[in-house]
Design a protein around this ligand. Structure first.
Ligand code: NAI
Ligand code: MG
Length: 345
């Protein structure tokens, strides 16, 4: 028997626990089918951790995550996630955006504009304005607040290498989000272009981030890999939710240099629907797919994707996908059971 994979589950708050539970059910079943074993440890993060330990990302949680094979994360409202990302230096954030063929009509765009789109966002995750010096104070003009966008060149270069590597494996186009007309001291374009000398097959296309946002909506299929800093990547990737039909569908993987990773959906705690059992768990299940791929459990990953696609093809939809006509409205629990059944069949 091979060593079990150890997963740390950090459900967090809001719909976090709902989508993590659903995804773990599927993962546990899949492990049985595929013959690998799993150990799942639970830990607190966010508000529940603060209530218990006075810290959003307590030392106990950090310890438990150390040496694990992956972290499956739900969502938090205020604190915990930035500390977690920084603690393990999860500087690489992959956010694939690909519509399900059966959900093309759920896109905010016409189906033909989104059909075949395949975008990979590569977002820098442990630096930039979310981590720079910040504060509130006052001077002669009054009270003011500040957050600083600070990037070391090496931080841009290391994420650029990752994005270039991905573009090379894919269709060879790397679009770089930047705002150098207003923020010229952080030269994303030049640094990425310098790194690109080692990747002669990749075309680097710098694009001002405001234009990029518009082009994403106008013509999503023109993009391959999009590299962005922390702030721009956060904002741009939510557009992906509108492209594929629901933000509840989109997964993400955050990795460090060693390939150790944190897997989560890109959405937040969704307080408007929390506790109702109606949250779409497919984003987090997509994150499980990314974790399996990272482990090299390719067969299991394909099985899970196929089971999800089959259940969607049969017409089952959570409420965020606004089922119509022949489509069948289900809650998260039923959707999860259907996926488990599909896996077993
Ligand atoms: P959100 O992503 O939580 O929700 C935006 C909208 O999408 C809401 O209408 C929500 O109901 C819907 N939605 C999100 N996920 C869904 C799912 N799985 N199924 C169905 N509908 C879904 O973003 P919002 O409302 O801006 O933020 C809420 C809280 O989440 C905030 O406190 C924010 O700080 C936090 N947040 C946490 C993140 C994390 O933990 N990684 C990421 C983004 C936000
Ligand atoms: Mg976000």
């Amino acid at each position: 028997m091979t060593e079990p994979y150890r997963v740390v589950a950090l459900p967090g708050e809001g719909i976090g626990p709902e989508v993590v539970d659903a995804s773990l059910k599927v993962l546990v079943y899949l492990a049985k089918l595929e013959g690998f074993s799993l150990v799942i440890d639970y830990a607190l993060i966010g508000q529940p951790a603060f209530n218990e330990f006075g810290k959003f990302f307590p030392d106990q949680t950090a310890k438990l995550c150390e040496g694990a094979d992956g972290i499956l994360f739900g969502a938090v409202t205020r604190g915990g996630i930035l500390e977690l990302r920084q603690h393990f230096d999860f500087f690489i954030n992959f956010r694939p955006v690909r519509p399900f063929e059966t959900l093309l009509d759920k896109s905010s765009l016409q189906s033909h504009k989104i059909q075949g789109a395949d975008i990979l966002f590569v977002r820098e995750l442990v630096s930039g304005i979310y981590f720079g010096p910040s504060g509130r104070t006052e001077d002669d003009s009054g009270y003011y607040g500040f957050h600083t966008m600070k990037y070391y060149d090496w931080q841009i270069r290391r994420i650029a290498k990752v994005a270039l590597g991905k573009a090379k494996e894919r269709r060879g186009l790397l679009t770089v989000a930047h705002k150098e007309n207003a923020l010229p001291q952080i030269p994303w374009s030049r640094l990425v272009q310098e790194e690109a000398e080692h990747f002669p097959d990749v075309i680097v296309e710098p694009m001002l981030v405001d234009n990029l946002a518009m082009q994403l909506v106008r013509e999503p299929k023109r993009f391959d890999v999009i590299l962005a800093g922390n702030l721009f990547g956060d904002i741009l990737s939510d557009i992906g939710g509108a492209l594929v039909g629901s933000i509840g569908l989109l997964p993400s993987a955050s990795l460090n240099e060693r390939g150790f990773g944190l897997y989560e959906a890109i959405h937040g705690t969704a307080p408007d629907i929390a506790g109702k059992g109606i949250a779409n768990p497919l984003g987090t299940m997509g994150a499980v797919v990314l974790m399996l791929q990272q482990w090299g459990e390719t067969h299991a990953a394909i099985k899970l994707i196929q089971a999800i696609e089959k259940v969607l093809a049969l017409g089952y939809r959570t409420a965020d996908l606004a089922p119509q006509g022949q489509e069948i409205l289900v809650n998260a629990e039923t959707l999860t059971e259907l996926i488990v059944q599909q896996l077993g069949s």
